[in-house]
Design a protein around this ligand. Structure first.
Ligand code: GBH
Length: 443
């Protein structure tokens, strides 16, 4: 079983960037050498993480980073997407923590020495807890603290970074963290979710200005996740439900970046559910971006509901990954072509795509054939979008290695490298080898 693309695909050119991705809290460990984040607090709250685990050790990447860089190199990738832990690089008083900064400097230097392009995300969900204590993303001030963090870290890292993303998936931080509460900080109110989203988008715009000023030579942008919405029955009611779900979960985070407003569904919210927007906010939010990062995993299907705008339908008989997400690669093509029609987009990077599978380590091997199939079908879905005119410049597999999967703890494995958490032994899975072979097969 291998991953292949049509012979003429632009994704088989050496200019197309292939990478692997991780995030700080999910792999770093060494929690005692940084400030606490909202995820430390959330993990310590009973009932929030399925296996009651936490990120104190995770993949011990802070200790094992050199062997992890060798591992990344062995996969033959062009790029590595990592995130910086805000609570590792900043003290409470807002000054840089040089010890934490040095960790990233040595990591970036090691990547660069091997010719691997660093793609750095400034925020992959690990807000310092002391900022949450002052209101977190519900407090407008947090956007300005983020701008300050961005300015300082970007200047400290100098010209080492190929690409910066301000945020990873504002949807997850705002909706999962503040509206339904299944992610940190575990708050649950519609108005909270909408307000957090607005402050995160504002923070993105403020940080974009800083990035373009202090790091004009890197590709600067943002990473959004999309779960394309489909109608359950092909009738007007279900199509409308899917349209509203799309506006609420997907377009809410991209439309302000290009059109300087929220989608129409905002008019259906009660006044006390709408975010407070100040004059000039949309001008800040809609800073030009050099690239758009897109994370795709699955689609969602909707029907009408009596008391909600829409209701998700479980596709009972559909193929699913080990985390229960439907495998539906056509949605990836549909997503890319429809975004390309709606907005005048900069080049796209697929910053995450991958699958959780029930992996077994046997005789030092993991034959994750179903994951290879997932990558094969989804890379071909991207290729189909490129064929119909969408500009995609690169693709990152989520994830380099198994890691702390948020509310699922260590129960779900997304890696193309297997991690034995007892020994911290890494083993490249069959999917990792297949990905390497695809990358090496380019001309
Ligand atoms: C990403 O989030 C994260 O960036 C990354 O840290 C994480 O490890 C990885 O994905 C895997 O989870 O309920 O069936 O409608 C992705 C978050 C996943 C949120 C799909 C919406 C919809 C699934 N998105 N999910 S469903």
């Amino acid at each position: 079983m291998k991953i292949s693309l049509p012979a003429q695909s632009p994704m088989l050119s050496k200019d197309f960037i292939y990478g692997v991705a991780t995030a700080s809290f999910q792999i770093e460990g060494s929690a005692d050498t940084r400030l606490p984040s909202i995820w430390d607090t959330f993990c310590a709250t009973p009932g929030k993480i399925r296996d009651n685990s936490d990120g104190k050790q995770a993949c011990e990447h802070v200790k094992l980073w050199q062997q992890d860089v060798d591992l990344i190199e062995s996969l033959g990738v062009d790029a590595y997407r990592l995130s910086i832990s805000w609570p590792r690089v900043m003290h409470k008083d807002g000054s840089l923590n040089q010890q934490g900064v040095n960790f990233y400097i040595q990591l970036l230097d090691a990547l660069i020495a091997k010719g691997i392009k660093p793609f750095v995300t400034l925020y992959h969900w690990d807000l310092p807890q002391h900022i949450e204590d002052d209101g977190g993303w519900l407090n407008r001030e947090t956007a300005y603290l983020f701008e300050d963090y961005a300015k300082k870290i970007v200047q400290a890292l100098g010209d080492r970074v190929y690409s910066y993303a301000t945020f990873n998936e504002p949807f997850c931080s705002a909706f999962l963290g503040y509206e339904v509460g299944i992610h940190a900080p575990g708050k649950a109110k519609v108005s909270y979710g909408r307000q957090a989203a607005h402050h995160i988008l504002l923070a993105h715009g403020l940080a974009m200005q800083a990035l373009q000023q202090y790091s004009p030579n890197s590709l600067n942008g943002i990473v959004l996740n999309f779960t394309p919405c489909y109608a359950n029955a092909n009738n007007a009611e279900d199509r409308n439900a899917a349209e509203l779900a799309d506006q609420y979960h997907n377009q809410w985070y991209i439309k302000p970046l290009f059109d300087k407003c929220y989608p129409d569904i905002i008019d259906k919210l009660a006044d006390d559910e709408k975010p407070q927007v100040e004059a000039g906010d949309f001008d800040i939010i809609a800073q030009p971006i050099d690239f758009l990062g897109i994370n795709f995993y699955t689609r969602a299907v909707y029907t009408t509901s009596e008391n909600e705008f829409f209701q998700q339908v479980d596709m009972v008989d559909a193929p699913k990954t080990d985390i229960g997400w439907e495998i539906y690669p056509q949605a990836f093509t549909d997503l890319l072509t429809s975004l390309n029609e709606k907005y005048s987009l900069p080049p796209i990077f697929i910053t995450e795509n991958g699958a959780a599978m029930a992996d077994k380590l046997e005789n030092n091997q993991v034959s994750d054939i179903d994951r290879i199939e997932y990558y094969h079908s989804h890379l071909n879905a991207v290729n189909n979008a490129i064929s119909s005119g969408v500009t995609v410049a690169g693709y990152f597999a989520w994830s380099l290695m198994d890691n702390f999967e948020w509310a699922e703890g260590y129960l779900k494995r997304f890696g193309i490298v297997y991690v034995d958490y007892q020994t911290q032994q890494r083993t490249v899975k069959a999917s990792g080898l297949a990905y390497r072979d695809l990358i090496n097969a380019r001309s």
